[in-house]
Design a protein around this ligand. Structure first.
Ligand code: NDP
Length: 276
């Protein structure tokens, strides 16, 4: 029996077990998938689990700290600076990052026939998920990214991490409405990677009142709970195409599943398993 798990703190709320168990069942694979609570600051506990398990999905707050327990990093994990998938290959622990390709596949799913190459994007946020989003867009040949974040130093650290490609990313102050509006007019993609819109911040949006979106915008929110954030409602009102973060969650999981078990999971089954 192959053992798989998602590790994080907190972990009770995670949708990963439901999603992966559905894929395991559909393929009739002899494997289990569970949620393991590893408290913040105690990632060394993973060493014990590595003796038993063959793969892990890694979530907040361990995506960086887990890198110490890896034999080899994939280029994506190295360049993004975070691991969300840890799996055994030829007795070596490989640290990978499937958030960026998962994000790109979700864009294809939510906005079919829309190209990234040569376009402009406004990305709100410079936290962990923004690294994968910006990396994915840059690798897909985007021409320019306007990165809007409350804390400038966090945005500048992200831009630096992107190396040469970071030249295509320009920091924008969220308080500067006029410049932000110009950036939006020039952009096709508008993406929220901040936590504005969920949990305690549910009633907030990264888009200040008075700033306009347009019907030609493709607007994505990485948040999937709630399914319709205030931000997505603003976008719908403007006539833009929209998508939430549910498909990104499914695709990053499906890509990890393939690494764990060498089998291609049924993404529709995974999606249905977590849809409310
Ligand atoms: P982080 O905590 O790493 O980053 C949070 C971001 O939100 C930062 O840019 C932060 O800005 C900003 N922010 C937080 N509070 C405020 C506020 N009050 N006002 C303005 N800005 C604020 O989180 P992650 O990047 O890991 O996750 C962000 C969101 O993306 C979450 O909602 C998460 O659920 C979702 N997500 C979805 C995924 C999916 O598969 N669909 C995958 C990963 C994440 P600052 O730098 O100034 O602190």
């Amino acid at each position: 029996m192959k053992k798989l798990a998602v590790i994080g703190d907190p972990i009770n709320h995670s949708l990963s077990p439901r999603m992966h168990q559905a894929a395991i069942q559909a393929l009739k694979i002899s494997a289990t998938y569970e949620a393991l609570h590893i408290p913040q600051g105690q990632i060394s506990l993973i060493k014990k689990y590595q003796k038993e398990f063959i793969g892990f999905n890694v979530t907040i707050p361990h995506k960086k700290s887990v890198m110490k327990y890896v034999d080899q990093l994939t280029p994506a994990a190295k360049e993004i600076g975070a691991v969300n998938t840890l799996y055994l290959k030829n007795k070596k622990w490989i640290g990978d990052n499937t958030d960026a390709p998962g994000f790109l596949l979700s864009l294809k799913k939510n906005f079919p026939n829309q190209k990234i190459k040569g376009t402009y994007a406004v990305v709100f946020g410079a936290g962990g998920s923004a690294y994968a989003v910006v990396y994915g867009l840059l690798k897909s040949g985007i021409s320019k990214i306007y990165l809007v974040n409350r804390t400038k130093s966090n945005a500048m650290a992200l831009i630096k991490k992107m190396g040469k490609l970071g030249k295509k990313v320009k920091y924008l102050d969220p308080q500067n409405d006029l410049v932000l509006q110009f950036a939006l007019v020039a952009s096709k993609w508008v993406i929220n990677t901040t936590s504005l819109g969920m949990g305690k911040l549910k009633k907030l949006s990264p888009l200040a009142k008075g700033i306009k979106l347009y019907p030609q915008h493709c607007v994505m929110d990485l948040i999937y709970n709630p399914a319709q954030t205030i931000f997505l409602k603003q976008a719908q009102k403007a006539g833009a195409q929209t998508g939430n973060g549910l498909w990104m969650l499914v695709f990053q999981g499906a890509l990890a599943f393939q690494k764990f078990l060498n089998r291609r999971p049924n993404v529709q089954r995974m999606f249905r398993a977590i849809q409310k």
